[in-house]
Ligand binder design. Structure first.
Ligand SMILES: *Cc1c(COP(=O)(O)O)cnc(C)c1O
Length: 444
């Protein structure tokens, strides 16, 4: 069980004096471009709690951005990674390989959708996985164009900035961006002009029409989409959209890539979110929740596509580091043993029930959406006009932080409050966090 008492405790101002001292040092030593949601310095974290250096205990509704799905010091992750640390920290898989890397690739083949032959390659970060998915798709198709979607997020490297939709803060001033990247509409039901019921087929028709007219399907190497859009605002593409786009890709020899970096590994109550609509992607990118907090990412997919790149064409010094691989095996063990898909579904039930009741009282809530442990509320100034209310999202987050509940915002318009608790969080903590959100809503 957890070493840290699983209870919220606020004993100083947030941030407290020790955090403020560290923040002052940080400001003179750390580059200003690297921000923090809440400058509370962490001492320990486990289960649903982050304990800071002043002894405050925060309820964690962020999981370090959907990473610590199994908690931030899960027993199996610590045990396996510690044992690996004592044996060896690194050899470089491209120099002399080791079993952990192979075991992670075997697990990925088993857990990802589809029963075709699959292979994987491992990397360090999500952005690196997405870049490699593009390299692999281009090598396989001998085509160049890459199609992405409005509100999509794929990372901060040069190619993935180009793939990402939102200018501020991800791209502003950082161009020029990689060429041959094309963006088409996504089925954002809440904001679709003719309403959510028509949205799936209409948005798919528009996207397909644009690809056909503006790029030409024969020039497209890959279509990359998040099955639930993360940074863009926890947008679940309206029903029918994903299958239509996947079918179009298949009909035209385009590699269909599901970016499950945020939505994967039990987060939405399935191993992968695309399973909810029966989608079998050609390639799938994973990172975040994969390794219990250790840096690891992967591209997994059809063996013939994964093998298209020439020998030596893929890799990296640290990719699939042995300690990170041990962490991943520990995280997967925890997900299986504690049925974290079941836990995610229960979190959805509790959260959506409570948030629906709040929406009856508070008009600022325009939409409640998401799946499993990936739930959000979109805030508006007026339910009729749906004018985004970023100020309310900021004020709510601030009020929750002051009471010891860590929540994050997101969305193209900055008006979405998102909840990503570790899936191992206790139900009492979950409800207490929701109580604090409810009180904060009454205050805005
Ligand atoms: C976070 C994220 C990335 C980038 O991952 P990094 O590890 O930060 O490079 C890519 N795609 C999606 C969907 C993400 O949520």
């Amino acid at each position: 069980m957890s070493a840290i008492p699983q209870e919220r405790r606020v004993v100083t101002a947030i941030p407290g004096p020790k955090s403020q001292e560290l923040q002052a040092r940080r400001l003179s030593a750390v580059a200003g471009g690297v921000g923090s949601v809440l400058p509370v310095f962490t001492a320990r974290a486990d289960g649903g709690i982050i304990e800071d250096v002043d002894g405050n205990r925060l309820i964690d509704f962020g999981s370090g951005i959907a990473v610590t799905t199994v908690g931030a010091s899960a027993e199996a992750v610590v045990r396996r990674a510690s044992a690996q640390l004592a044996d060896f920290t690194h050899t470089c898989f491209m120099v002399t390989p080791y079993e952990g890397y192979v075991e992670v690739c075997e697990a990925l083949a088993e857990l990802t959708p589809g029963d075709h032959a699959k292979k994987s390659a491992l990397f360090n970060s999500g952005a690196e996985a997405v870049e490699n998915a593009v390299k692999i798709a281009r090598a396989y198709t001998k085509r160049q164009a890459v199609v992405v979607f409005d509100h999509g997020y794929h990372g901060r490297t040069n190619l993935t900035m180009a793939l990402t939709a939102k200018n501020m803060p991800y791209k502003h001033g950082f161009g020029p961006f990689a060429p041959e990247v094309y963006r088409v509409p996504v089925a954002y039901g809440y904001r679709w002009p003719s309403g959510p019921d028509n949205c799936g087929p209409e948005a798919a028709a528009q996207a397909i029409d644009q690809i056909t007219k503006q790029i030409g399907p024969d020039n497209v190497a890959a279509i990359i989409i998040e099955p639930v859009l993360g940074e863009g605002g926890f947008i679940e593409p309206a029903k029918g959209f994903l299958p239509a786009v996947a079918r179009f890709a298949k009909d035209h020899g385009i590699v269909f890539v599901a970016d499950e970096i945020q939505s994967g590994f039990c987060r939405t109550g399935q191993w992968f979110a695309c399973e909810d609509e029966g989608i079998v992607p050609d390639l799938i990118t994973t990172a975040k929740g994969i390794a219990g907090g250790l840096p690891l990412s992967a591209v997994t997919g059809r063996a013939e596509i994964m093998d298209a790149a020439h020998a030596g064409g893929l890799g990296g010094t640290y990719g699939g580091n042995p300690v990170a691989c041990a962490g991943a095996l520990g995280a997967i063990e925890t997900m299986r043993e504690q049925d974290l898909n079941g836990k995610a579904k229960r979190i959805e039930e509790v959260m959506k029930g409570r948030l629906s009741a709040m929406a009856e009282k508070f008009d600022v809530i325009g939409d409640i959406r998401g799946r499993g442990g990936m739930i959000a509320i979109e805030l508006v100034k007026d339910r009729a006009t749906k004018e985004p209310n970023a100020e309310a999202a900021g004020a709510l987050a601030k009020a929750c932080h002051a009471e010891g509940v860590l929540v994050l915002t997101c969305g193209t318009y900055g008006n979405v409050l998102r909840f990503l608790p570790p899936l191992v969080i206790g139900e009492d903590l979950l409800n207490e966090g929701l109580d604090v959100i409810e009180t904060a809503l009454a205050g805005v």
